[in-house]
Ligand binder design. Structure first.
Ligand SMILES: [Fe+2]
Length: 185
């Protein structure tokens, strides 16, 4: 265990306490990439009716992005777009977007936040929801990336025969994007 502040009520905190807490946070931030990798590994247990589990799906999505010469951030967005399913499936897009927010661009945040609505084009008709939700964002600067991620990398990534790149092969990229200096919100 590292150093600890002395207060039991925040009201009594001193500068020394907060210097200790800030230093301990800085150490903890170095483990962010590992935490994300752990959540991705956990997706292997989630299949929910698809032909592949969610880890395979995410690895395939990221592999397609990498083979499409996507940028480093775009590859990590592809890899982690469904990471919110490790917490709660119905709002997994916003969860994933918020998890990544201190490390990614605003465009990337919006793509991940809204990716399910873009995907709805393929299946919302079977669930009684409108399929043209993406139209509302057609003028947004992140629209083209959302279409590319959803239509070209995410939607085709349910093939059990496909051999995706390994999770280990993405670790250096994960460490680059989820570095130890998150932007304060
Ligand atoms: Fe997906």
């Amino acid at each position: 265990m590292g150093q600890q502040a002395s207060f039991t009520r925040m009201q009594d905190g001193t500068k020394d306490d907060w210097m200790i807490i800030a230093a301990e946070h800085a150490t903890e931030f170095k483990t962010t990439a590992d935490r994300f990798i752990g959540y991705l590994r956990g997706l292997e247990k989630i299949t929910v009716g698809f032909a592949v589990n969610q880890l395979h799906h995410c690895l395939m999505t990221a592999t397609l992005a990498r083979r499409d010469n996507a940028s480093d951030e775009e590859i990590v967005l592809a890899l982690c777009h469904d990471i919110g399913k490790a917490i709660n499936i119905p709002n997994h897009g916003p969860i994933a977007a918020e998890m990544m927010r201190p490390y990614i661009s605003e465009n990337g945040y919006n793509v991940i936040y809204n990716h399910q609505a873009f995907q709805g084009e393929y299946y919302y008709e079977y669930l009684g929801a409108p399929t043209d939700l993406r139209k509302q964002w057609v003028d947004e600067p992140w629209y083209d990336l959302a279409e590319k991620l959803v239509d070209e990398w995410d939607a085709p990534a349910f093939d059990p025969e496909f051999q995706p790149d390994t999770l280990e092969s993405f670790v250096p990229l994960m460490r680059k994007i989820f570095h130890d200096k998150p932007m304060p919100l």
